[in-house]
Design a protein around this ligand. Sequence first.
Ligand code: KIV
Length: 271
Amino acid sequence: MATSKEVKKVTTHTLQNMKASGEKISMITAYDYSFGKIFDHAGIDVILVGDSASNVMAGHETTLPITLEHMIYHAQSVIRGIDRCLVVVDLPFGSYQSNSEIALASAIRVMKETGAHAIKLEGGDEVVESIKRIVSAGIPVMGHLGLTPQSIYKFGTYAVRAKEEAEANKLMVDARLIERAGCFAVVLEKIPATLAKDVTEELKIPTIGIGAGSDCNGQVLVMHDMLGINTEFRPRFLRQYLNLNGQITGAIQQYIKDVKSKDFPNKNEQY
Ligand code: KIV
């Protein structure tokens, strides 16, 4: 086991090299210190402090309510647990859409106040100027195309995007545009696997899929979904690795029983 001084940090260049060598990129969301630390020690390549915190941490129906201050709080907590992996932070809805100056100011706040390594924002041609401005300030930007949850009220549904030719063509154009604007990677969410494969072959930067098939250069999942904390969300693309909801419920019920029956604490568990 390497000591912290010997740890080889994952950088945006590492991800580009992984694409070139064919090694897949693993990415997961985290929103706090303890899980960030576990995931980093487990060997994850990238942690995304996603605006899905709005759903899974705060209980909102969409990602729209979460603020830049909330995202900064979550990112500060995660970063304290990290030795090695790359930490990317979502710019939340309303913090970058108005114009590139506001987008840059939001990105600078995230980088300055959290110590994170990159930001992510959603969209194609409409955010190209913001991407250029943020990248030219030295801040790495991850893009996000396909199902972009901050636009849920425009889409009206969380169904698969870009099934029709026109939308698929626009996604390809957007992918080329954001690559040229300087993005170091792009998340492709809930699009046909064939389209994700085409985009992955077309771009030099890595693609990271969620519901976008096996040909992406990497995969990302929301931690609460893959660990089975959140049991209501069961889309086809999700592989659930644990049933933490069931395990935690069992543990809490056992604890309640032990307290009520006066089994806990016993003689060895007191001073
Ligand atoms: O906020 C998030 O969790 C995300 C992932 C779904 C990619 O953007």
